[in-house]
Structure formats: structure tokens, C-alpha cells
Write a protein that binds this ligand. Structure first.
Ligand SMILES: Nc1ncnc2c1ncn2[C@@H]1O[C@H](COP(=O)(O)OP(=O)(O)OP(=O)(O)O)[C@@H](O)[C@H]1O
Length: 347
């Protein structure tokens, strides 16, 4: 099912509009991640889709059907929350079967569906346990199975990985990806963690300042961000920025003249900053190197800005000659719009 938010306006109480003529489309059968900083309105969008909030203006369509005035029960949605929200006094089996019981499914049909779902979320051997006997990741799998019990047309996942430690988080990402592929249910995953989004989403929507900044694959957002907000949000370490007015001639010649003339900011991805193997007029002081397991982050100081590089091997040198890859450079105007991205050369 394709989901469309069309020109949605929503303001809480008498506050300025949080969403102002907001539009977006979730493609049929895809897993879309909604990514944005705290307070950007991610949960608000989720609640609008779930029918828990009504917009002041605009429409919500499930395929061709206008569901704007439908309440939650009329929308055929499955929801999963950060804190699992399982019934502690019910077994895993009865938790998963609960929505079916409420909908008066016969016992045999309920248990057959529970068996299918337990297989899908790999909990067949845990059905007789109570939630408190399971790990956080297992509890979240029960919550997902329960949300899928009635074959929802749309699955909404609200920060489902936030309560889990790193290992369980990695594991559940894979599980969510697998489940979504198996069921083909249109899914919206709300997260503030770009790793979640980059690893499992077909497409990522970046929300900031009440607006949809961009929607696209993780690679598209990284290589060709529409603006500075997206460029800064996607990619760790954060993109290096420097003022165009300070750039040395060697760097200028690397960049397209027409866009450079209109640009105020140059962005350089950390992997694009290398030590030159031949003499280079670009030099930098190497102020620190931080080893992060396999990776090394090198902190560089130059006359045109301070940078982080992830492409410099551990060294005892305190000054290094640099080369910068054109592919890792981006130019932005004073409003933050991206004028040119080296990633465009790769397209
Ligand atoms: N019921 C409400 N009444 C008034 N203001 C609200 C209400 N719910 C949310 N807000 C405000 O709307 C803004 C967006 O909130 P929302 O929860 O949608 O953001 P979010 O992106 O999900 O944030 P987080 O990542 O912190 O959960 C915030 O400033 C929040 O304080």
C-alpha cells in the first residue's frame, strides 16, 4: 500500500505550525526510515499516520483512499514502540494472539497465526515464556509479531531499537529487515540514529526544521545532499566545512568555477582528505590522531579550516602534505542549498 501525506499542516495548541504544508509519499512495500533531530516532528508524523492526531489541514491517503478522518481502528495499522508495551501477565503466545482475540478470531485460527509469526520472528521456542523472561531484543520481536498479527497494511516502528544495547540493536536491525522483506508490508521506521536508517531502509526521509529536507537512498543522501542540513546529518564523522573565501588556489582549481563563484561554503568528506604522495602546496598540522578500533580519525589544522580525516594511517608526523579528492567535495550557497557535489560526477 502506498501512503501519501498531502500538504499537511499541524500545530500544537497555539504554537507555530510544526508541520507546514508537509508532503511525502511512502512507496508501496518499502521500508522507509524517518530520520531527524530530536523535536523535528518524527513522532508527530507517526501519530498522524496512526490516526492518533488529526491535521488542521491537508490529507492522508492510503493508496487512493482518503483516511484523514478515519480513527486508528479503521486504518489497519500495526505499531511498535520503543518500550515494547507487552502485557506482562500474558505469555509470548498470548501477547502475539491478543489483537486476534480482541477481533474474535477462533482459537485454532489464532494459534495458527501465532505459529506463523513466531517462525517469522524466530521465537518458536519461547512461546510459553512471559515477557520478563526474555531479552530486550526478544521482547521487541514479540511486539513486532503482535503488530503484524492482523496483516496490517502499514507497519509503524517508533524508535524500536533505542532501548537496546549495541549488539542487540545490530541483531534486531537484521530481524526487522528480514521481516519487512518477508511480509512486504509498507513500513515506516522512526529513528534518530542514522546507522539504523542507513543499514536497513530502502529510502530515508530527513526531517528538520518542520520540513522534509530530502528523501532518497542512503547513498544518494550522502553523495548528493540537497542542502547543508542533510550533508551534516548523514555521515560520521560529520562533513568538514570551510568558508570559500579562505580557500587556497590549489583547492579552488579542483572545483567547478561557475558554482564556486556562487558558493559560500565548501564541504569535504573525511575520507577525501589524504596525505599526498608527491609534493603538495596544501599542508596541514596534524594535531591529534584518535584510534577507533580499525579506523583512525586524524585532526588537521590548516589556514582555511580544521578538518577530520579518516584516510590517514597512524603516523608520528606533526605536519603532512595533503591531497583532496574532488568526489568528496560539495559546494553550498549562503542559504545552504547544495550547488554542486563531487558525488554528481559519479552518477
Ligand atoms: N502533545 C503535544 N503538545 C504540545 N507540543 C507537543 C506535543 N507533542 C509534541 N510536541 C512538540 O512538538 C515538537 C515535535 O515533537 P515530536 O515528538 O513529534 O518530535 P520527534 O522528532 O519525534 O522528537 P524525539 O526524537 O525527541 O522523539 C516538539 O517540540 C514537542 O515538544
Amino acid at each position: 500500500m502506498q501512503v501519501t501525506l498531502h500538504e499537511i499542516t499541524l500545530a500544537y495548541d497555539r504554537q507555530p505550525a510544526l508541520l507546514d504544508h508537509f508532503s511525502c509519499t511512502l512507496p508501496d512495500g518499502k521500508l522507509v526510515a524517518l530520520l531527524g533531530p530530536s523535536g523535528s516532528g518524527k513522532s508527530t508524523i507517526l501519530n498522524l499516520l496512526a490516526g492518533l492526531l488529526t491535521p488542521q489541514a491537508g490529507q492522508i491517503f492510503f493508496d487512493q483512499t482518503d483516511v484523514t478522518t478515519y480513527d486508528s481502528r479503521q486504518r489497519n495499522i500495526g505499531m511498535v514502540f520503543q518500550d515494547y508495551a507487552l502485557y506482562p501477565h500474558l505469555t509470548v503466545r498470548d501477547n502475539i494472539a491478543f489483537p486476534l482475540k480482541m477481533a474474535r478470531f477462533k482459537k485454532a485460527a489464532r494459534y495458527q497465526r501465532v505459529a506463523e509469526l513466531a517462525d517469522l520472528v524466530q521465537l518458536t521456542d519461547q512461546l510459553g515464556k512471559f515477557p520478563q523472561e526474555l531479552s530486550g531484543g526478544q521482547q521487541q520481536r514479540v511486539a513486532i509479531a503482535r503488530a503484524l498479527a492482523k496483516h496490517p497494511a502499514l507497519l509503524l516502528l517508533d524508535e524500536p531499537l533505542s532501548s537496546l544495547d549495541t549488539a542487540l540493536r545490530e541483531e534486531l536491525r537484521t530481524v526487522i529487515h528480514h521481516i519487512q522483506r518477508q511480509t512486504g508490508v509498507t513500513t515506516l521506521l522512526v529513528t534518530h540514529d542514522q546507522e539504523d536508517a542507513l543499514q536497513i531502509a530502502d529510502e530515508i526521509m530527513v526531517l528538520a526544521h518542520g520540513r522534509l529536507q530530502q528523501i532518497g537512498t542512503g547513498q544518494a543522501l550522502y553523495q548528493s545532499p540537497h542542502n547543508l542540513t542533510v550533508a551534516q546529518f548523514i555521515g560520521r564523522p560529520q562533513i568538514n566545512l570551510c568558508a570559500v573565501t579562505n580557500l587556497p588556489a590549489t583547492l579552488r582549481t579542483l572545483l567547478p568555477a561557475a558554482q564556486l563563484a556562487q558558493a559560500t561554503t565548501l564541504g569535504i568528506r573525511s575520507e577525501a582528505v589524504h596525505v599526498a604522495t608527491t609534493p603538495s602546496p596544501l599542508t596541514a598540522a596534524l594535531t591529534a590522531q584518535v584510534r577507533l578500533g580499525r579506523d583512525t580519525q586524524s585532526h588537521l589544522h590548516t589556514s582555511y579550516g580544521d578538518f577530520i580525516s579518516t584516510a590517514i594511517a597512524p603516523t608520528t608526523a606533526t605536519a603532512v602534505p595533503l591531497t583532496i579528492d574532488r568526489q568528496g567535495c560539495l559546494l553550498f550557497d549562503a542559504q545552504g542549498a547544495c550547488l554542486w557535489s563531487g558525488g554528481d560526477d559519479l552518477a
